[in-house]
Design a protein around this ligand. Structure first.
Ligand SMILES: NC(=O)c1ccc[n+]([C@@H]2O[C@H](COP(=O)([O-])OP(=O)(O)OC[C@H]3O[C@@H](n4cnc5c(N)ncnc54)[C@H](OP(=O)(O)O)[C@@H]3O)[C@@H](O)[C@H]2O)c1
Length: 218
């Protein structure tokens, strides 16, 4: 098990709560961050109390003080949010789960930020952090419901191989998840854009499917 705490910036939304629930189940102490610490405390109070680890609701600043930090804000506020926390995030593994998607009728479609991906955008404003991408394709509600039977793969990418491996190992400790390291930040745009395919399939088929890759062996 990795030493230290895990913070989630923008963690009060469904995505952050889902990741927090499974990190706590793996035994980690998690800080859900918010622009409003009071709101974070309320959100955590409404979540199922973790049987292992802990989940606290605090500010985004507090979440950024954790040892590993996950970014879970909407895409259009992610860059400004992490830029303001750049000093606290320096030297740390920062995990982006941010997808840049817009709704068009019954579909979600990807949009491509200037660096080709949200992870690329965040890496640009956090040059002293070790950016890793993960958690993009996960269905939030099933993540938070530990009894949902989720058995999903999590595609991991990043340019710093040791950081990628730390995140992959962390994910493998989370119940219902298996990490699959894909490669470098060059894949970020493709991984994030595929989320649009996943969500559009779920809308069209009124389903809660998730990604499971076959043929990988153990
Ligand atoms: N939902 C999913 O199934 C899922 C799965 C995988 C990845 N993702 C990605 O994870 C991210 C979060 O998804 P979500 O569904 O949880 O989103 P969300 O509920 O819309 O937003 C998450 C949190 O971000 C904060 N936030 C909202 N607007 C903000 C702003 N202008 N500036 C700073 N913070 C702001 C809010 O927290 P406070 O008001 O408490 O500050 C909010 O609770 C997205 O980038 C999404 O693409 C989502």
């Amino acid at each position: 098990m990795m030493d230290g705490t895990i913070g989630i910036i923008g963690g009060t939304g469904p995505a952050g709560r889902g990741v927090a629930a499974r990190l706590a189940k793996a035994g980690y102490d998690v800080v859900i961050g918010s622009r409003d610490a009071g709101r974070a405390a309320e959100v955590v109070g409404a979540m199922a109390a973790p049987s292992e680890g802990s989940i606290r609701g605090l500010s985004n600043d507090d979440a950024a003080l954790a040892d590993v930090v996950i970014v879970a804000t909407p895409w259009d506020s992610a860059v400004a949010t992490v830029k303001a926390l750049r000093d606290q995030l320096a030297g740390k593994i920062v995990i982006s789960m941010v997808n840049a998607l817009v709704r068009e009728g019954r579909e979600l479609v990807p949009i491509y930020p200037s660096r080709g991906s949200m992870a690329g955008q965040l890496a640009t404003v956090l040059p002293a952090s070790r950016l890793v991408g993960a958690f993009h394709h996960l269905p939030a509600a099933q993540m938070e419901d530990l009894a949902s039977g989720l058995d999903a793969d999590v595609v991991v990418f990043g340019d710093d191989a040791p950081s990628r491996e730390v995140v992959a190992a962390l994910i493998n400790e989370m119940p219902g998840l298996r990490s699959v390291v894909a490669g470098t930040m060059s894949l970020a745009g493709a991984v994030e854009a595929f989320t649009a395919v996943c969500v559009s399939i779920n809308i069209r088929h009124k389903a809660h499917s998730y990604v499971k890759l076959e043929g990988l062996g153990n």
